[in-house]
Design a protein around this ligand. Sequence first.
Ligand code: NAD
Length: 308
Amino acid sequence: MVTNNLRFDGRVVIVTGAGAGLGRAYALLFGSRGASVVVNDLGGSRHGDGSSTKVADTVVEEIRRAGGKAVANYDNVLDGDKIVKTAIDAFGRVDIVINNAGILRDKSFVKMSDKDWDLIHDVHLKGSMRTTKAAWPYFREQKFGRVILTSSNSGLYGNFGQANYSAAKMGLVGLANTLAIEGVKNNIHTNVIVPTAGSRLTEDIVPPDFFEHLKPEFIAPVVAWLCHDDCMENGSIIESAIGWAGKCHIVRSDGFMLRKNVNDLVSPEAVRDNWSSVTNMQNAKRYGSIQEVTGEIMTTLEALKSRE
Ligand code: NAD
C-alpha cells in the first residue's frame, strides 16, 4: 500500500541527549517512522554531573517494543566520533544527526566562573561540532545528510543568568549558517531548531498550566520534516512550541550614510546626530548571503563617489 506518510526507512539517525525530554520525543518518532536510531545519552544531571546508562537504555527499549530499531550510546557528545562509530557498527551508515544534548549552568554574569562557561560551550557548541564533523565525511560520500542544531530563545534574545548558554546557543546559529553553505552541494542540509518544551530544564521555570501544553511531542514532527529527503529547507532558524512553528530571520535597517562625500571623515557628532536614521527599522531587510551584504556596501560606496 502506498501512503503519503513521511517515512525514514533505510535512514540512520543519531539523536544526542535522547534519554529524556525533546531528544526522547525525536528518537521515538524517528523509530516509529522506520529509521534506525542511535539513542545517545550520558545520563547526567541537568548541570552536567554524573552519568548513567539507564535513560538511553529505557528509550531504546521503548523503540524496540514498538517494533522499531535502536541502539544505545552513552558517550559524551564531545566524543562525537564514538557516537558516529556506534551508528556505523550497528547499522552501517549515518544519515541524520540531531544535536540536542544539553545542560544548564545558570549564574548571573558577575558570578559566572570559567568552568560554568567552558562546560556549557563544550556540551552545546563543541559537542555539536564534534558529532556533526564525525558524520560529515559519510554525508559527503553518500550525497545526503541532514543536521539539526538546537538553539534557544535565550540565545536569540538573551536571558538573565544565561550569558554562557546564550553565547553557546547563538554560536550554534553561526555554525549552522556556514554548514548550510558548505554542505548544500552534497545535499547536506543544516537547520536550527529553537524549541520551547516542558522538560527537566524548564520544569521549575514555567508555570504548571503552561508547562502541560509544552509537550516535546509537538516539536518532534517539525524536526522530523526538516530531516526528511523531501525537505529543501537549509540554513534556517525554525522556532517551535505548543504545536506551532515559525521561521526567524536576522534583519538590518536601511542604515544611513554618515559622510557627505568620499573625501570626508566620519565624526562622532555625525553618528550622534543621525542615530535615529541609523537605527530606523521601518524598511529593515533580510540579506541572503555575505556577498549580498558586501555587494550593497560597494554599491553605496559607488553612490557616494558619484556625489563628487
Ligand atoms: P533534558 O534535560 O530533558 O534532556 C537533555 C538530555 O541531554 C539529558 O537526558 C542529558 O542526560 C543529555 N546530555 C546532557 N549532556 C550530555 C552530553 N554531554 N552528552 C550526551 N548527552 C548529554 O533537556 P531538554 O529540555 O529536552 O533539552 C534538549 C535541548 O533543547 C537542549 O540542547 C536544550 O538546551 C534545548 N532547549 C530546550 C528548551 C526547552 O524549553 N526545553 C528551550 C530551548 C532550548
